[in-house]
Design a protein around this ligand. Structure first.
Ligand SMILES: [Zn+2]
Length: 181
């Protein structure tokens, strides 16, 4: 991580995965199917506003998780095993490492901002979807490159050679920025 200020530029070793969680509103029930949230919109906006945009921008995957009902808990079929998921992730990482060999990095997340356009080229349709999100103000310039990296990773998980519109749509979904479909 590099911080540039008037007094100088410092580079700190910082490579980590940040996982964080929060309630959707002060009472915690907003969006819940079984319970009623009693927070008004202004209260919810104030609550969510505690997290700054620049901070949220740097978190790539925003996932809303609703409560699991008792029926779902009891009736749910067998989940995918960790082993199965691991194999899929390893295959996606191998694809990334092979593609990025010349760039000196092994994962899409590590692609330098200056190299994103070159290493993650976008066809007209996925590009148009991103353009729409930026134009609506749903996506900042800072978040743009990050969404492209996530879309590339989704494509790698799907074994796709090119980034398709659906991959970008899913990446935008993780930002809460996809409202056009
Ligand atoms: Zn609430």
């Amino acid at each position: 991580m590099t911080i540039a200020r008037a007094a100088g530029t410092l580079t700190f070793p910082a490579r980590f995965t940040l996982v964080a969680s929060m309630n959707p509103c002060p009472c915690g029930f907003r969006g819940d199917r079984a319970s009623d949230c009693r927070c008004d919109d202004a209260t919810v906006q104030k609550y969510l506003g505690k997290l700054s945009g620049p901070l949220l921008d740097r978190i790539d995957l925003h996932v809303s998780v609703s409560r699991v009902s008792f029926d779902e808990l009891v009736q749910r079929g067998p989940a995918e095993t960790s082993g199965t998921i691991r194999a899929r992730v390893e295959a996606a990482r191998a694809r990334q490492a092979a593609r990025l060999r010349d760039a000196g990095v092994v994962t899409n997340a590590a692609i330098a901002a200056a190299d994103v356009r070159k290493l993650c080229p976008l066809d007209a349709k996925p590009l148009a979807l991103l353009e729409g999100a930026v134009t609506r103000g749903a996506l900042s310039a800072r978040a743009f490159d990050r969404v492209v990296r996530v879309a590339r990773t989704i494509a790698d998980l799907a074994g796709a050679e090119r980034i398709a519109r659906e991959h970008v749509a899913e990446a935008l979904l993780y930002r809460g920025a996809e409202r056009t479909r």
